[in-house]
Each structure stands twice: as C-alpha cells, then as structure tokens.
Write a protein that binds this ligand. Sequence first.
Ligand code: RIB
Ligand code: CA
Length: 319
Amino acid sequence: MKSKFIVQQRKIIIDTDPGQDDAVAILLALASPEEIEVLGITAVAGNVPLNLTKKNARIVCELAKKTDIKVFAGCDTPMKRPLVTAEHVHGKTGLDGPTLPDPQMPLQKQHAVDFIIETVRNNEAGTITLCPLGPLTNIATAIEKAPDIKEKVQEIVLMGGAYFEVGNITPTAEFNIYVDPEAAEIVFQSNIKITVLPLDVTHKALVTKARNDAFRALNSPVGKAVAEMTDFFERFDKEKYGSDGAPLHDPCVIAYILSPDLFSGRHINVEVETQSELTLGMTVADWWKVSGRPPNAYFIGDLDADGFFSLLTERLTRL
Ligand code: RIB
Ligand code: CA
C-alpha cells in the first residue's frame, strides 16, 4: 500500500542496542534522508554490553556507507539494576549472521546523554524526535540530568512493552522495558508525547521466507546482510512462538516515522511495574480504559505488514 501521507522531514536521534533488528532500523532511517535527518546515533547497553553496541552501531553505518554519521557511547548499565543481555537471541557479537568488518569510523568523544541534552536544547522546541530502540537508560538519564528538555522534545517513538503479547524475556515483560524499568517509568511519566511500538505490533512484522528472499534478491551487500541477520535472529522467536520468521521489532519505529498510516493504535495509559519481582518491567497498558488513569501514550496494536515490508525493501534498494 502506498503511503497517503507526505511526511515532513524530521530530525531524529536513534538510541540503540544493536541487535540485528536495531541494525535494520538504522539502515531504514539512513536510506530515507528526504524524510529523516539522523542527527546522531547513541548506543546503550542492552542486547549486548555497551562495548559491542557502540561498535555495532558504527558497523551498520559503514554497511550503509554513511560514515559521516555521529555515533556516541551512552550508559553501560541500567539506572538501578545490573545489566541483563540477550546473547541467546542476537548471538555473542550482537550482530551474528553476516560477516561484517570492524568499523573504521570514529566514536564521538561526547557522552551520548550529553549529546541528547545538547541537541534538544540547541534546536527549536518541538523539532527533535527521540527514537529509542533499546533499554531507556540514556533517555531517562538525560531527562533526570536536564528536566528542561521535557518541554522541548517533539516526540519519543520507542520500541518496547507489550499488552496482549505480554512478555518475551519473562512471562510478563518485554526486554527493553525489563532491562531498565526505572528508566521506562521516568519516560512514561515525563509528559513527553510518546508513541509505543510494542510486541503486539512487532510480532506481526515477521520476516517470512518470501520477505527474506526479497532482501536477498536486492543483490547488494545491504540486502545480503539484512537477509543473513534476520535468518540468524529468527531462531529465538521460531522456537518460542512458532513464528513464521523473525519479528522486525525496531524497524517498526522508523517505519512509523516514515509512514504512520501503516499503523493503528489507541491513546491509553501505560504504567511500568518497578516493584514486583514477579512482574518486573511489565507495561500495564490500559487498552480497555478501565483504570481511569489519563492517557500518556499512543500504543500501537496493528500494522499493514505487506505495506511495511514493501516500504522497507524499497528503501534498502537505495543503499
Ligand atoms: O524485545 C525486543 C527488543 O529488545 C528489540 O529492541 C530488540 O532489539 C531488543 O533490544
Ligand atoms: Ca533493540
């Protein structure tokens, strides 16, 4: 389905823990300069430790031949808890699947949190969108360090949480929220405009064999790498859920920025469990509006999966 919307170019910061799906999200953003200006990529500890996520982010930029992109290292542990990683899903490098060269492009010296704060402060209010694709540690730390940015951020469009799909790292919690629930609580209570791409929608964005074949058919280093990444990454969900392919969680964030009409959801209240060990990191999403708590997020529940994959595949031809 062709997008009906003409999207104004948006300035974004991608906060990420690559992660094969993060990598595809970064590629999609870098392939779309008319609609998206990537001001910087900030790495956070998540799928794998920070020493790898700050490296993987640059590997992906070089795969896209966009070596002018500024990449920053952020927080290496959650705000109040030890780091939990997901090598069982993403492999020990975080980008298992393709063989990609170590990065040559430099890492920026400035801390990612200070870059986020400085960028929001130095731009006109309402013009900077934050796109977190991993645990919310960098974002929440920036909000705590500089509360004034809350009034200036245009929107946070994040991948995280779940309602109907419940948990993927525990029975009740999605990984990004579970790793740093205190950070997620700060973000959801910030009064910043928030759009959430939860497992409820990302589990419908599956890289079936036909879609993976379409990546390979691009006959490019990017197409081959994306096919190999998603081939590797699908094991976890196939074994756990019997899914018909890898769920492209993080690319849903960028696709939403590019073509919001591919998605649908509800404005609801979302709170985060930070006390109970049993349900730690659960996003308590009031989908049926029974709590009386005020809506604080646009919570996406569905997408046009064919439209999503045709957008993604077409954009990858541009790299
Ligand atoms: O639960 C899925 C999320 O956790 C994705 O962002 C994936 O990359 C991991 O960070
Ligand atoms: Ca991620």
